[in-house]
Write a protein that binds this ligand. Structure first.
Ligand SMILES: *Cc1c(COP(=O)(O)O)cnc(C)c1O
Length: 427
């Protein structure tokens, strides 16, 4: 690779040749060349601490040494890379390990579908299956929900800008208020129950309700365990399937492997992707309660369902879940992060921030418009990668790889604090 100007990496090639749709390279305007653990380096040799973790696809860090070792050995040995959904040893090993390390210890029973390698693929398959099983067409999604960019996934996504991109009406869905959407006083489950019970409500009985336990893209809105249990109860009362989209919050992000473990609910269908492959390689799963697995062979398929390189790293990544120490570490770092963020919002009251989230999915929501963006922009100039979330980009999101060391976490938080201090002084 030629480096035209080692002092300041140029984005010229991207501006000239890549579509206007590109976005993260606008927030983080440099050219990255290397990555290890929680650090990315650009072509000028500048190091950036990563509090973004590939939007949750890099929970085990960049180029995780153990995962990389297994991956390289598999490739060296001419292991199968692409296999559609043929049976391979790599897939067999993953399926067995997922069963014994994740499902069995949690008392969960699911058939595993490989729907194609993205989160949206998993969501699409979940919606299709729920409609097939129930024979109903409507699906309920929630305000500020995010489920992906394909038409089905968009139809249960809240964001107006993203929905408009569909270019066609997004049908067969109803949006209902997430917990706390109207005010803390309104019980949104009771509100939904009203709609479902009343034959004059204009809302027909849905096939499924799709929910995120914490809305990541939607602004780190956290559903309480109690609300999730009430939602499950509501689904049971009406024979509605409960789909948990754990694409971003799963794989340990909130402190447990599945984000719904704390609530003790048992979703009918679970969507997983992002970090399930472990190494940042594309992979997705749709977990299906066995009685619901009424697919005909090949009824939902896809060319890249057999990404064996991801199966290898996914199986290896499950080693993190063989004891409780990894989960305990996430909880401890999550508490530390919460205290630190609380201190920051108290130190700069002018910015009117509040702390949201749990585990290593937290952030600061700013009441003043544009502050979250300014803070993230400033942090980047100081070597920290952070993204905003929320419909109006009002939340500065802290989501480092789960393997981050406490000292690294503190170093990044010091940069965040400094950025907030500077932005507050400029107000
Ligand atoms: C990222 C995400 C998706 C979509 O995943 P893609 O791999 O981008 O298709 C779906 N649901 C949630 C909750 C996500 O965070």
């Amino acid at each position: 690779m030629k480096i035209m100007n080692p002092e300041k990496p140029s984005l010229h090639v991207f501006e000239l040749l890549e579509s206007e749709v590109r976005s993260y390279c606008r927030s983080f305007p440099t050219v990255f060349t290397r990555a290890k653990g929680c650090t990315l380096w650009d072509s000028a040799g500048i190091a950036y601490l990563d509090f973004f973790a590939g939007a949750g696809a890099l929970n085990y860090g960049h180029n995780n040494a153990e995962l990389k070792k297994k991956l390289i050995a598999y490739i060296q040995n001419d292991g199968v890379t692409h296999s559609l959904d043929m049976a391979t040893a790599a897939k067999e090993q993953f399926l067995e390990k997922f069963q014994t390390t994740i499902l069995e210890p949690r008392g969960l029973s699911y058939k595993v579908q490989f729907p194609g390698p993205t989160g949206a693929n998993s969501v699409e398959s979940a919606l299709k299956l729920a409609r097939k099983v129930t024979g109903r067409s409507t699906v309920i999604g929630f305000t500020n929900g995010f489920h992906g960019m394909t038409l089905g996934a968009l139809s249960v996504t809240g964001n107006k800008f993203k929905r408009r991109g569909a270019g066609v009406p997004l049908h067969h869905t109803v949006s209902m208020p997430y917990e706390g959407y109207m005010s803390d006083e309104v019980d949104t489950i009771a509100y939904m129950r009203n709609y479902l019970q009343d034959s004059g409500s204009g809302v027909s009985l849905p096939a499924a309700i799709i929910v995120e336990t914490i809305q990541g893209e939607g602004g780190i809105n956290v559903a309480s365990a109690e609300w999730l249990r009430s939602l499950e109860q509501l689904c049971k009362e009406h024979g509605i399937l409960l789909i948990v989209d754990d694409v971003q919050m799963g794989c340990g992000r909130t402190g447990t492997f599945f984000s719904f473990e704390e609530a003790g609910i048992r979703p009918d269908i679970v969507c997983l992707s992002k970090s399930i492959g472990g190494f940042g390689l594309p992979m997705a799963l749709t977990l299906i309660r066995p009685e619901l697995d009424i697919w005909e062979p090949g009824e939902h398929n896809g060319t890249f369902r057999g990404n064996n390189l991801a199966f290898i790293t996914a199986a290896e990544a499950l080693n993190y879940w063989e004891t409780t120490s990894f989960a305990n570490g996430i909880a401890a770092k999550g508490k530390l992060l919460h205290r630190q963020l609380q201190e920051m919002v108290a130190a700069y009251p002018l910015l009117k921030g509040t702390v949201r989230g749990r585990g290593l999915m937290q952030g600061i929501a700013f009441e003043l418009e544009g502050i979250a963006e300014k803070v993230c922009e400033r942090a980047f100039t100081k070597g920290l990668i952070m993204e905003t979330s929320g419909t109006d980009s009002e939340v500065a999101k802290v989501m480092p790889p789960l393997v981050i060391e406490e000292a690294e976490l503190m170093r990044g938080l010091a940069i965040l604090r400094e950025s907030m201090m500077e932005i507050a002084a400029e107000q």
